[in-house]
Design a protein around this ligand. Structure first.
Ligand SMILES: [Zn+2]
Length: 417
């Protein structure tokens, strides 16, 4: 994409070409019939790499077209994989996060997979590990760069935050000389993300909330919408993102990016993990990176308009619906109990919709975002709505945007959102 639109091309610069590409894709043939051309075929290798004896039989054409992939000061040869080290301490110490590079034998886009930016969101860590193990570099077209645990210290301590209590996903693209969070963000963004043609960032619900597997994407950006289409029958929500989020920094740098929310923090949910692995495999087909002919059978994503239902009183939340359940307008979603006065208040659904995310039973404060409800809509309507939507003050995982760790972390403290 950047190569198509000029070095370091911004989204704006690419917009004309992207709109044209999307128009071509949506009509008259089904969009998924075309792989997304994120990067034009890699140029022929330099003469010294393709040089061969005139009399010798030609080498396989594909092998000639791919040059070694350069990342973090290392070169990964075509048709091979390598694990690189990303220094993520923010200065001091020598801990590094592993970066798996699977460099295909054939030309194609660079797809980056990131997880564990919130250290307790371990479903994504396992999703990325499984995907990397499934890839065969000699069969792959393009390159997959996978970082299963970006927030290494948070992962090791089982917490969302960095040791300085900051939320890493509020500090992208980061700064070489900023806070610890900002430095780690910079190392990852500059060392890895800037080398991607597209990025998927895995998260879960925050603070004991669980999310149905779903993609959050800025549907105002054609390249992002096209990337979401490649994920098959996945729930897709428009979300412009908040300042400092990885996917916002990536799209600002001209790299289409999505957040993929899968399940709840601090647990491994195998069925949800499998859903996400299948969706990314579908995307690899859609992008033409993996053969198998699945791309023309890829089902359409399901677009939703969504809203949060919040507790109007503090107390003990007891849900009465299940994740993924369809609910009627006026249906009771749950109760908030005041155990001191022995009273309870009902929380009801304002719409006919589906439960896309919900809090586990827990103590809540007034205003706590308890149920995330979606109303199914068309892609066209979702895109139109995205153009006029007012951003809600809720972050990717269900938390309040822009929040670092509070002084006092308790399950009931809504400041942790
Ligand atoms: Zn997260």
């Amino acid at each position: 994409m950047r190569a198509l639109c000029g070095a370091g091309g911004m989204i704006d610069r690419c917009r004309g070409a992207l709109v044209l590409a999307v128009v071509l894709l949506v009509s008259p043939v089904r969009a998924q019939d075309f792989p997304l051309e994120l990067r034009p075929p890699v140029a022929a290798r330099p003469a010294n790499l393709v040089e061969r004896d005139q009399g010798a039989p030609p080498a396989p054409a594909a092998a000639e077209l791919v040059v070694p992939f350069s990342l973090l000061g290392r070169f990964v040869l075509p048709g091979t994989r390598m694990v690189l080290d990303l220094p993520v301490t923010g200065g001091g110490g020598d801990a590094s996060a592993p970066v798996s590079v699977v460099h295909g034998a054939r030309p194609g886009p660079v797809l980056c997979l990131a997880a564990g930016i919130h250290g307790d969101e371990i479903n994504g860590v396992e999703i990325v590990r499984r995907l990397v193990n499934l890839l065969q570099p000699e069969q792959l077209a393009g390159t997959v760069v996978a970082v299963p645990v970006v927030n290494l210290s948070g992962f090791q301590r089982g917490t969302r935050y960095l040791p300085d209590r900051r939320d890493l996903n509020r500090y992208f693209p980061g700064s070489r000389y900023g806070s610890m969070a900002s430095r780690i963000a910079y190392v990852f963004f500059d060392g890895v993300v800037r080398h991607c043609d597209a990025l998927i960032d895995f998260h879960t619900g925050s603070f004991d909330r669980s999310n149905l597997p779903q993609v959050r994407a800025d549907l105002r950006l054609p390249a992002v919408l096209e990337l979401a289409r490649g994920l098959g029958a996945t729930v897709v929500l428009h979300s412009p993102g908040s300042k400092g989020m990885l996917r916002l920094a990536a799209t600002a740098a001209g790299i289409p990016a999505l957040t993929f929310e899968v399940g709840a923090p601090a647990r491994l949910q195998v069925s949800e993990i499998e859903v996400a692995v299948a969706a990314i495999n579908g995307l690899l087909h859609h992008l033409g990176m993996v053969d198998g002919g699945a791309s023309d059978k890829l089902p359409q994503p399901i677009f939703y308009d969504s809203q949060w239902v919040r507790a109007n009183a503090g107390g003990l939340l007891i849900g009465e619906v299940a994740l993924g359940q369809r609910v009627q307008k006026g249906q009771r979603l749950g109760r908030v109990i005041d155990p001191l006065r022995n009273t309870e208040r009902a929380m009801v659904s304002p719409v006919f919709g589906r439960v896309l995310g919900m809090a586990q039973n827990q103590q809540v404060l007034p205003g706590f975002a308890a149920f995330h409800l979606g109303e199914e809509t068309s892609e066209q309507h979702a895109v139109e709505e995205a153009g006029t939507a007012v951003a809600e003050d809720v972050d990717e995982d269900g938390g309040r945007a822009g929040a670092d760790a509070p002084e006092r972390v308790t399950p009931a403290d809504d400041d942790v959102e």
